[in-house]
Design a protein around this ligand. Structure first.
Ligand SMILES: [Zn+2]
Length: 408
């Protein structure tokens, strides 16, 4: 008599022989074991996958910066100047005509599509001004009727009229673009953002301001009405500075072009968020700084190289101060204790920041103490720095108040 298969056992789905009379399947313990092994494998793989993804984003960012660098170099070849200023409406003028973003977009380089992919902030701070303001910064010396509103309307050969979006906002009363409403929001979205006038890279103060504008006595020019000379914003304006970096100033710099930063992954503006949704960015999204801070005192009170527990301060500009004298009274002594403020560059690539230099190179700087700031010589607990670890070394990044100054 042939032996029935079920007499010796039934192959279960797992291939295991199940004795007669028992249920086939996997026990709970086995299932949990398999799940925990899979979980462990995924946990082991995830950091590697995330690292690979971030490495791809990091090289995407570096590639963006290299292309933007080529655009700035070709602008310099044509105009002797790397750009026409910062991407900042109230300090530099209408963003479709003035600033490095306009320079490149108008040369067919779609800057707004070349964002740093790792930066959680994807839109520039000046969009808040474009959505809300109608006047330039009181410390800027730009002409309201020229730079601020851009070129006046002109009739094109086909009979249509070309009107700058900034001109519409300030001058056109029908519809009322001047008020913060739907018409203005649509205008800013469609004629600025959708046309790629945007960036989340921050320009260096050297690139967009060149250096302080000093008279024969070493003084800065008097500040315009409405702006006090001691206003910390003053050194960020065109009134107090030489203007965007030129080929000649780079050639004459104490340090070679490889030391002069031009653009970097952009830091966010503390306490400021996007006022209304633009493109894919929701209202409340973080916004990036237009430029780095320029020269800053290491210690406003004493000028000592070791500071403790004070906020960083921009140099004070007392009208008529003489060239010679102590820190705060004489300009040379004051400049002598300044370092560049680079806190507006952000280590968004897992603690590293990409920076484009004037020789076209793009280099990566690591935030070693993980305080989200790159320290170039400030003491611990000053200006948000959690340690005095040097992350932007003077051997690699220009740090003085002027390009004419040697490293320190
Ligand atoms: Zn980046």
């Amino acid at each position: 008599m042939p032996i029935a298969v079920e007499d010796v056992g039934t192959p279960a789905t797992s291939g295991r022989i199940v004795p007669p009379g028992t249920k086939s399947g996997v026990t709970l313990i086995e299932l949990l074991t398999v799940i925990s092994i899979i979980t462990l494998l995924v946990a082991m793989l995830m950091p590697a996958l995330n690292a690979a993804r971030e490495a791809a984003r990091g090289s995407g960012c570096q590639s963006n910066l290299r292309q933007l660098g080529v655009g700035l170099q070709s602008h310099a070849a044509r105009q002797k100047q790397f750009c026409s200023g910062a991407f900042d409406w109230t300090l530099d003028g209408c963003v479709t005509e003035y600033g490095w973003v306009a320079d490149l977009v108008n040369s067919e380089i779609p800057v707004g599509t070349m964002l740093c992919p790792s930066n959680p902030a994807k839109i520039a701070r000046t969009y808040n001004d474009l959505l809300r303001l109608n006047t330039p910064d009181p410390c800027s010396c730009i002409d309201v009727n020229r730079q601020f509103v851009g070129t006046a309307p002109e009739t094109l050969p086909d009979g249509s009229e070309a009107i700058q979006p900034c001109w519409k906002i300030v001058k056109d009363s029908v519809p009322a673009y001047a008020t913060t409403g739907d018409a203005r929001h649509t205008l800013v979205s469609e004629q600025l953002y959708d046309e790629h006038y945007n960036t989340n890279y921050t320009a260096s103060w050297y690139l967009v301001r060149g250096g302080p504008k000093l008279d024969g006595s070493g003084n800065l020019p008097a500040a315009p009405g409405g702006c006090t000379p001691s206003n910390p914003a003053y050194l960020g304006t065109r009134c107090a500075t030489l203007g965007p970096m030129t080929l000649d100033s780079v050639d004459a710099a104490a340090l070679g072009s490889t030391f002069i930063p031009m653009l970097g992954c952009g830091g966010t503006v503390p306490g400021e968020l996007l006022a209304a949704p633009i493109g894919g960015e929701p209202q409340g999204a973080p916004v990036t700084q237009s430029m780095t801070g320029g020269p800053i005192l290491r210690d406003a009170a004493t000028g000592a190289s070791v500071e403790t527990g004070v906020a960083l301060q921009y140099p004070k500009f007392n009208a008529g101060a003489s060239r010679d004298g102590a820190i705060g009274a004489g300009w040379w002594a004051t400049w002598g204790v300044c370092l560049q403020d680079y806190r507006q560059f952000a280590p968004v690539h897992r603690g590293a920041c990409n920076i484009l230099f004037a020789d076209g190179s793009v280099r990566n700087f690591v935030d070693e103490d993980k305080d989200t700031l790159l320290n170039n010589g400030f003491a611990v607990n000053v200006g948000g720095f959690k340690s005095d670890t040097i992350e932007l070394p003077r051997e690699e990044v220009a740090n003085g108040w002027s390009l004419k100054e040697k490293a320190r």
